[in-house]
Structure formats: C-alpha cells, structure tokens
Design a protein around this ligand. Structure first.
Ligand code: 13P
Length: 249
C-alpha cells in the first residue's frame, strides 16, 4: 500500500495564541484535505484553542516537544499525560534545535519516544547531521547512529506508528535546502536502517519526511522523490505559502 504523504508545519516559538488562532481561522478550510495528512504544531499555550478551532476538520495538531516523565519536579516541562488530555495527533521528538539549545541527547530522545508511544500521539522523530559532519562525509554514519539510538528497544509494532523526519541541520532556517537528490539519498538510507533493524516490510510502511527550508518553490521536486513521504516545514508554515506546499502533493 502506498504511504500517505504527511505535511506538518512546525511553528517553533512563533505566533501568540491570538496570532495562531487568526492563522488557523483564515486557513483551515484550505488546509482541510484527506488526500494528504496535514498537521500543525503550534506553541504549547495555543494547543488547546487550536485543537478546538480545528474540530470537525482533517487538520492534525501536534506538540513540538514533551518530557519523558509523567509528572514531578521538572520546572517548566510538560508531560505526555498533560498533552493526552488535548487528544493531540502528533508529537515532535528530538528536533535539532532541542538537541542544540536544550542539551537533548540520543538517550533522552529514546526515552521520550517510549513515552509518546504509550499515548495516542504519533511521534515525529527528528534526525539529521550538522554541516561539519556532512563536510567530513560522515553524515550517513551520524544519522544511522541517531536512528539506532532513538529506536532502541522500540517494538516492531510501535515503529510502524512513527514518522521519521530527516532534517539536515545546515538546511534549517538557512534557505539552503538539501537538493532533492541529497534528501532522497538520506531518506532511502534511513529506510534501509529500519529494514536492518526490523524488516523490509516494516521499513516500507514507515513514513519519512524531509525538513529544511522547504518552500512552495522546491516542495514539488522534493515530495516527488520515492522515499520522501512528506515534509516538516518551519518558516514557510507560518505563511499562506504553506497551502502551496500542501498542494504540491
Ligand atoms: P525551516 O523550514 O524554517 O528550514 O525549518 C525546518 C524545521 O526545522 C522544521 O522542523
């Protein structure tokens, strides 16, 4: 069976609650489709209202991060239990900005993944190399290590629920997109890693997105690649342009 494409907007630390609602209200009918899975990950405070606002549409809503504990003395953190109350669809895990600025490691990514898989949310697990690693030609090794660590002790039935996002760090927010060939090459490699860890059949089911300066101009070419099943979009998801990316599918 063909894998359904999935386009998710990661709004990062942008848009107040009011701005988030305005955006969704203006765009929700244009984003409401069942040909492709469309999701938005707004900031935490807007989640509940955005979820309400999109009720009755096909738009999926996700969190950008979560903690791996259920509750406790973790000032400033939010647990899966809290997110579950909102009946969210997605939860991004291990985004490179979390790894870079908030000291997330492969180990915490794995812990979070285990936790999210106990909920109804679909995890979007991010991996990707930094520029230096690509220049040193160790990007395949780096991504392989990240994938293996993220999916440590994840069962065969669980991995099939996951989405993996390949986001080369050097392409995020830089306007420097990986070429469709570079993106396809790594997404294909990730599928091979999953095939080795689980089975070829399972690997064929897992959806792998590309992320990094995806916009209305390059989306079509990227999304046409056989191993790229969608996009995780940052900057362009904050604009009307996001609709064009959805249409590119
Ligand atoms: P940009 O699309 O702004 O490069 O961000 C990509 C990203 O990090 C999505 O998670």
């Amino acid at each position: 069976m063909a894998r359904k494409k999935v386009i998710v907007g990661n709004w990062k630390m942008n848009n107040t609650i009011k701005e988030s609602l305005e955006f969704i209200n203006n765009m929700k009918y244009k984003m409401d489709t069942n040909i492709v899975d469309v999701g938005i990950c707004p900031q935490y405070l807007a989640l509940s209202k955005i979820k309400e606002e999109t009720k009755g549409t096909n738009i999926k809503i996700g969190a950008q991060n979560v903690h791996f504990a259920d509750n406790g003395a973790y000032t400033g953190e939010v647990s899966t239990k809290m997110l579950e109350e909102l009946e969210l669809d997605y939860c991004i895990i291990g985004h490179s900005e979390r790894r870079q600025y908030f000291n997330e490691t492969d180990e915490t990514v794995n812990k979070k993944l285990h936790k999210v898989l106990q909920t109804g949310m679909i995890p979007i697990v991010c991996v990707g190399e930094v520029l230096k690693e690509r220049e040193e030609n160790i990007h395949f090794e780096v991504v392989e290590k990240q994938v293996e660590a993220a999916f440590k002790d994840i069962e065969i039935l669980e991995i099939q629920k996951c989405i993996i996002a390949y986001e080369p760090v050097w392409a995020i927010g830089t306007g420097k997109t990986a070429t469709s060939v570079q993106a396809e090459e790594m997404c294909k490699y990730i599928r091979e890693i999953i095939a080795n860890l689980y089975s070829k059949e399972v690997a064929e089911k897992v959806r792998i997105q590309y992320g990094g300066s995806v916009n209305s101009g390059n989306a079509k070419e990227i999304l046409n690649m056989p191993n790229i099943d969608g996009a995780l979009v940052g900057g362009a998801s904050l604009k009307v342009e996001f609709i064009e990316i959805i249409k590119a599918v």
